[in-house]
Write a protein that binds this ligand. Structure first.
Ligand SMILES: Cc1cc2nc3c(=O)[nH]c(=O)nc-3n(C[C@H](O)[C@H](O)[C@H](O)COP(=O)(O)OP(=O)(O)OC[C@H]3O[C@@H](n4cnc5c(N)ncnc54)[C@H](O)[C@@H]3O)c2cc1C
Length: 244
């Protein structure tokens, strides 16, 4: 982390930047992390609340993205951005703990849209498989298509359980289980890309067009393997927990 916060009287002067921030161009309030003391490594990281309009805080132009285009993503810049000390969140040096807890839940909230997309894909594909005729028969009568539908349904049932398990722990105020969160994120993400590709395939040429929402679900699905920690990082967490 190269963004710095230098204390000057009762204020901090923040300099640095962070890229790929979801909703940055439309946010009124930012929770940001900066290093107030490099010698303490991660224990020198402090969280700050900064309001839009604060001098020295700016955001970049929204990026052009493959998917998830309903939310704007941009860079955030801090140029001699002065923040009063009462805007420190959780105390100086406590940012690392706040960041970790935020990232873990962020990881989980990314999963629910994948469940929604999977349910939509199932409905659309089952309907299309009944309606589209090839070789004088509905394509749903071919085993190749039946297999895709069955695999998609199994994925849907499994991720529902995985996501509900994590969500119910949150509802009950429990600590997040890092293994359960990483397993869910990895499976929902990686398998989700395969399943959204299969949904698109059921539609043949129309799947490649903007006309049906399956192509959007296909593009959106990729983010679940990247945002909130990549699938490779999830594998690393799972294997680390196993060897503890
Ligand atoms: C649309 C979008 C929205 C985002 N929103 C936010 C946001 O709101 N807030 C925020 O803080 N971030 C956000 N991010 C950033 C996101 O969390 C990162 O992009 C993601 O964690 C990957 O980090 P990176 O891009 O630096 O990739 P890198 O870390 O550079 O990874 C590149 C490749 O190397 C692999 N890799 C890296 N390290 C290892 C390792 N140790 N072992 C094995 N493989 C490894 C990765 O898996 C990946 O395949 C967003 C990203 C996107 C695309």
């Amino acid at each position: 982390m190269r963004t710095t916060a230098v204390k000057k009287g009762d204020r901090y002067i923040i300099n640095g930047s962070k890229t790929f921030i979801t909703n940055a161009p439309v946010s009124d309030v930012f929770v940001i992390f900066a290093n107030a003391d490099h010698s303490k490594k991660h224990e020198g990281i402090t969280a700050f609340i900064i309001e839009k309009g604060t001098k020295g805080l700016s955001t970049g132009k929204p990026f052009h993205k493959l998917g998830c285009r309903c939310s704007a993503t941009s860079e955030v810049f801090f140029e001699d951005c002065e923040v009063p000390e009462e805007n420190v969140l959780g105390g100086e040096g406590k940012g690392w703990i706040i960041a970790l807890s935020g990232v873990e839940w962020d990881r989980c909230t990314l999963l629910s849209p994948m469940l929604g997309a999977s349910m939509l894909g199932l409905d659309l594909c089952a309907k299309y498989a009944n309606e589209r005729y090839q070789f004088g028969r509905p394509i749903g009568s071919f085993q190749a298509i039946q297999r895709k539908l069955a695999e998609m349904r199994v994925y849907n049932e499994v991720i529902k359980l995985a996501i509900y398990r994590v969500a119910s722990a949150k509802d009950r105020g429990q600590m997040l289980n890092p293994l359960q969160a990483a397993v869910s994120k990895l499976y929902v993400g990686d398998r989700g890309v395969e399943m959204s590709s299969e949904a698109l395939q059921v539609f043949g040429g129309y799947g490649f067009m903007h006309e049906y929402p399956v192509e959007r679900a296909f593009r959106d699905s990729k983010l679940a393997t990247i945002g909130g920690g990549t699938s490779d990082i999830m594998r690393m967490i799972v294997s680390r927990v196993m060897m503890m």
